[in-house]
Write a protein that binds this ligand. Sequence first.
Ligand code: FAD
Length: 434
Amino acid sequence: MLKRENKTDVIVVGAGPAGISCAITLARAGREVVLIERGMFAGAKNMFGGAIYTNAVKEIFPNFEQEAPLERRNIEHNFAILGEADSTTITYRKNNDSSYSVIRGKFDRWMAQQAQKEGVYLVTETVVRELIKEKNKVIGVKTELEEFYADIVILADGVNSLLAKQIGLRKEIETKDVALSVKEVIKLNKETINQRFNLKDGEGAIIEIFGGSMLGMLGLGFMYTNTDSVTIGLGITLNELVENNYRPFELLERLKQHPSIANLIEGGELGEYSAHMIPEGGYHKIPKLCDNGVMVIGDAAMLVNNLHWEGTNLAMISGKLAGETAIEAIDKKDFSKKSLSLYEKKLKDSFIMKDMHTYRDLMNIAHTRKKAFFSYYFKKINAFFEMFTTSDGTPKKENYHKFIKSVFTDRKLSELFKDIWAIFKLLWSILIWK
Ligand SMILES: Cc1cc2nc3c(=O)[nH]c(=O)nc-3n(C[C@H](O)[C@H](O)[C@H](O)COP(=O)(O)OP(=O)(O)OC[C@H]3O[C@@H](n4cnc5c(N)ncnc54)[C@H](O)[C@@H]3O)c2cc1C
């Protein structure tokens, strides 16, 4: 219960992985925290691919593997490059528990229930419309019905974060810095999934999909196995969809018809269709993370590592770090920007900012060389394997020479140099530059 009417230590807006992790961190330290969620329950409005990562979830919920509603333990990671009707796939089978597939409607709800058990005051079906400011400090939130006040407000309201925009922490998101993702959950029975994906009960597989219906656009497809359903989807930068006048669900339909995919989902029944945005701007687009009385976490802070499909783990750990910062600020009774900037320092010292920084140039380079890397080379990889695996009476040496010659004839030398330079620059920035 609140100490005074409508006044609490901390208000967290948004009960996704970031908000729940933040709120539970505060509640465990005995602070009073109100978590406000617009959905009917936590997770009701949330979707992802997707996999949650054991390491991050364990930091918040040490026993989640025994208690949480998990679908499958991912033991296989596939990288599939689709051509028109062919494909090349690299499969990695692993022997660890580093990720699980989950359904957000169930998993987020479970996390929120744990938070409530530990003292978080969860308010659902309530949209925060505005932040209340007094003397240049955020002091509360306005919902449709009432106002809530707090020493600190933490924004975990996801990729659009209208609230961070409203108080000038964030600019309008550019269409090239966000991907629009659509996905379907296709129901199939457990045995069929096990057989088609070569799995045993409880084991799961991930397929990351390149090319195919997304050929030439900056986007990726994905498949995840759940207990008795399969998730299939794709995400493409919004500017590409607009420029090319593509509708994402049509591209998803085409993806589902690819011979390498169609067999996996054949006979399945559509369970759910959803769409969501993914922040893609990377390190250079991270907004201001705090101000007097306010911090921003998770997707609202654009903390997504898109190369590795990591978002929930960055959300959860940024939530935890903001929670710890708030605890210290409450102890000091100092809610100023300076005091809350400890959150920035904690983020910088964690894997979150280190990884964001490592891939700081990735999106710029991907945007400038997308036609090469998301179209030409994918086609060439499939063409190489077609040549390598086909026996048509042509001597092999002749085939190799023809293939090598084709690289130099389809692509200008200057373009090839630009591609090599882009790869070199990217590797340099990932591996060497500080
Ligand atoms: C298609 C897709 C695939 C993905 N795959 C993966 C994956 O496999 N693994 C992975 O780790 N990450 C993945 N991600 C990214 C991951 O989903 C996000 O990074 C993560 O959900 C961010 O958590 P969050 O708590 O910051 O935001 P969200 O999960 O978006 O939660 C925000 C919450 O705030 C609520 N809210 C918003 N505005 C208000 C308001 N004004 N008032 C009250 N409540 C509000 C929303 O209802 C929501 O519950 C994927 C994302 C997408 C879209």
